[in-house]
Design a protein around this ligand. Structure first.
Ligand code: HEC
Length: 124
């Protein structure tokens, strides 16, 4: 597991979302910018099973953010879960593996989920 996200030039936007990161009890590296995470979620069909604020096939992204609030292991744990898939945390329905997603994309989308899935399209 590499910390690719740190090398992608996102630190410049970290300041703007520092409050979000703080609210989630997150390290600065977790302060993913919303549009990116949202774009990745949309382009990888995450939104077919997840919505930001209500349960679909999987838990809502806000439920996930709430469950792992303050858990420093969460970014790594959930990145692995998205990549390899799995079940049993929220119920019997499994999440499929996403073997073709890059580690960087997975980290960005997981950080976005843990930050409460902010959307640039709707009012912040
Ligand atoms: C086919 C439906 C489906 C798709 C597509 C899907 N998920 Fe899930 N997701 C689930 C289900 C079901 C769970 C609950 C799994 C469990 O109970 O352990 C879940 C759980 C999660 C969790 C919490 C895992 C945990 O252990 O608490 C995260 C984070 C997550 N999904 C992110 C994503 C992201 C990001 C994508 C897109 C790359 C995605 N999901 C695509 C169905 C899906």
């Amino acid at each position: 597991m590499r910390f690719v996200i740190l090398t992608r030039g996102r630190m410049v936007v970290a300041g703007a979302v520092v409050m979000l990161g703080a609210a989630a009890g997150a390290a600065p590296a977790l302060a993913a910018d919303g549009p990116d995470g949202l774009a990745i979620a949309k382009s990888n069909a995450c939104m077919g099973c997840h919505a930001v604020d209500r349960k679909l096939v999987g838990p809502s992204f806000l439920q996930i953010a709430g469950k792992y609030k303050g858990d420093v292991q969460a970014p790594a744990k959930l990145a692995l879960k998205v990549k390899d898939g799995g079940a049993g945390v929220w119920g019997a329905i499994p999440m499929p593996a996403h073997p073709r997603m890059s580690d960087a994309d997975i980290r960005t989308v997981v950080a976005w989920v843990l930050a409460g899935a902010p959307s640039s399209a709707s009012a912040k």
